[in-house]
Design a protein around this ligand. Structure first.
Ligand SMILES: CC(C)(COP(=O)(O)OP(=O)(O)OC[C@H]1O[C@@H](n2cnc3c(N)ncnc32)[C@H](O)[C@@H]1OP(=O)(O)O)[C@@H](O)C(=O)NCCC(=O)NCCS
Length: 213
C-alpha cells in the first residue's frame, strides 16, 4: 500500500470511488458528497487530496480544501459560539472515506498524518471537519486527534457538527467542568457552547463537553 497525493489524472477514479462507497453506507447522510467541481478545484491546487492505494486501487481518500469562499462560511458558523478564529484561514478537512472492508485498519489515520505533515508549515490554518452528529466512527476519529466540537447546525435536514483544530496549537480543555448530553440536543448545545464548552468525546449517542481553558 502507498500514500499518494492525487492530481487531475485521478478525477474519474475518485468520482467512481465515492459513488460506490456512498452506495454502501447505511446512513447516506453521513457523507455529504462532493460536486465534481469541488473535486476538480482541490485537485487543481485549491487543496490537497491524498489516497491510500493498493495496486492502483483506491482504499481511502481524505483532503484539505483551501477554498476561500467556503472557508469564510465555515468561519462564520464556527464564530457563532467560538468567537476566537480571527486571523486564521479556515480550511475544511473533507472527503474522509475508507473503502468498505478496509475500515478500522488505520487507513484514515495514515491519510490524516500525511495531510497534517503537508500543511504543518501553514501556521495560520484552522482545520474544520463537518461531521453528522450521529456519525460515531467519524466523531471518534476527529476527537481522538484533538479536534473540538465548537458549533452545530441543522440544515438540509442533516445535523451537522463543526469540529476544529489549529495547526500550531491545541484547544485546551478543563476536564473538571464536564457535561454529557444527547448528541442531538440542540437546546443544550446552544446553552453550553455559548458558555464556552466544546465537545470532546462521543459514546452511546452522547457527547461529552468540557469547558475550554
Ligand atoms: C470515518 C472513517 C473514514 C474512518 O476510517 P478508518 O480508516 O476506518 O479509520 P481508522 O482505522 O484510521 O481509525 C481511526 C480512529 O477512528 C476510530 N473509529 C473508526 N471507526 C470507528 C467506529 N466504527 N466506532 C468508533 N470508533 C471508530 C478508531 O477507534 C480509530 O481511533 P485511533 O486512531 O485512536 O485508533 C470510516 O469509518 C468511513 O469511511 N466511514 C464512512 C464515511 C464517513 O462517514 N466519512 C466521514 C464523513 S465526515
Amino acid at each position: 500500500m502507498e500514500i499518494k497525493k492525487l492530481n487531475l489524472d485521478y478525477f474519474e477514479d475518485i468520482r467512481a470511488f465515492y459513488r460506490q462507497q456512498i452506495e454502501y453506507l447505511e446512513r447516506k447522510e453521513f457523507f455529504y458528497p462532493y460536486q465534481d467541481d469541488d473535486i476538480k478545484n482541490i485537485l487543481g491546487g485549491g487543496g490537497i487530496m491524498a489516497a491510500v492505494l493498493d495496486n492502483q486501487k483506491i482504499i481511502g481518500i481524505s483532503a484539505i480544501d483551501f477554498d476561500k469562499k467556503y472557508g469564510q462560511i465555515l468561519k462564520k458558523i464556527i464564530n457563532t459560539y467560538y468567537p476566537h478564529v480571527f486571523n486564521h484561514k479556515v480550511c475544511e478537512y473533507s472527503g474522509v472515506m475508507t473503502r468498505k472492508g478496509y475500515r478500522n485498519q488505520g487507513i484514515a489515520g495514515k491519510l490524516y498524518d500525511y495531510l497534517i505533515t503537508s500543511v504543518k508549515d501553514k501556521k495560520d490554518i484552522c482545520l474544520c471537519a463537518v461531521v453528522q452528529l450521529e456519525n460515531q466512527a467519524s466523531l471518534n476519529f476527529f476527537f481522538r486527534r484533538n479536534f473540538r466540537l465548537v458549533s452545530v447546525k441543522r440544515s438540509f435536514d442533516i445535523d451537522f457538527g463543526y469540529l476544529i483544530k489549529f495547526i500550531d496549537r491545541d484547544i485546551l480543555i478543563d476536564q473538571s467542568y464536564q457535561k454529557i448530553i444527547h448528541c442531538l440536543d440542540y437546546a443544550q448545545y446552544e446553552k453550553l457552547l455559548s458558555e464556552g464548552y466544546a465537545g470532546v468525546e462521543f459514546f452511546d449517542n452522547k457527547i461529552k463537553l468540557c469547558k475550554i481553558k
